[in-house]
Design a binder for this molecule. Structure first.
Ligand SMILES: CC(C)(COP(=O)(O)OP(=O)(O)OC[C@H]1O[C@@H](n2cnc3c(N)ncnc32)[C@H](O)[C@@H]1OP(=O)(O)O)[C@@H](O)C(=O)NCCC(=O)NCCS
Length: 136
């Protein structure tokens, strides 16, 4: 298993994985999200490759203050093998190397099953509520 930055050539595979993992929403293009992260100087999408097959992803970005994690996904066939934990370690390393001193992530309401995973990895409830507003 190799973990490396995705390239544009991997975006379709990433979008397929994110669909299968239930991470996409109709109003958000996962392909555009991935391309923007790959194009930015302070963001990327890391992928785990089993030979040439993309089996895990995590998007990372440093906003100048905090590091953020998005699109953590492991292919069904590889869940429970420690890959999710490896992807989070790779995300944390990337963010630390890029100057972040704290990492944050958002869990959608309704995805409570994943909370135990994050807690197991040392992620605490930040006791904040997130608000959002469309700019386009
Ligand atoms: C969340 C996800 C990435 C976890 O990946 P995974 O490869 O199955 O997890 P791992 O095998 O690396 O688990 C690492 C550890 O967490 C523990 N763990 C996993 N899920 C857990 C849960 N729901 N509650 C408590 N512990 C959990 C494992 O037992 C393992 O423990 P260990 O380190 O003592 O061996 C995967 O389930 C997934 O892709 N889910 C769908 C997408 C998703 O919801 N992403 C998060 C969006 S916020």
């Amino acid at each position: 298993m190799t973990i490396r930055d995705l390239t544009s050539a991997n975006i379709d595979a990433a979008a397929t994985l994110w669909h299968q993992a239930g991470l996409t929403r109709p109003w958000n293009s996962p392909e555009l999200d991935a391309q923007r992260a790959l194009d930015g100087d302070t963001s990327t999408v890391l992928g785990a490759f089993d030979n040439d097959r993309l089996v895990g992803t995590v998007m990372v970005g440093h906003d100048g203050h905090r590091g953020w994690v998005y699109y953590l996904a492991v292919d069904d066939s590889k869940r429970g093998t420690g890959l999710g934990k490896r992807m989070m370690a790779a995300a944390e390393n990337w963010l630390h190397e890029n100057g972040a001193v704290k990492v944050q992530l958002m869990v959608r309401s309704g995805n409570d099953a994943v909370l135990g995973f994050y807690e197991h990895l040392g992620y605490e409830d930040a006791e904040v509520q997130v608000r959002s507003k469309w700019l386009v």
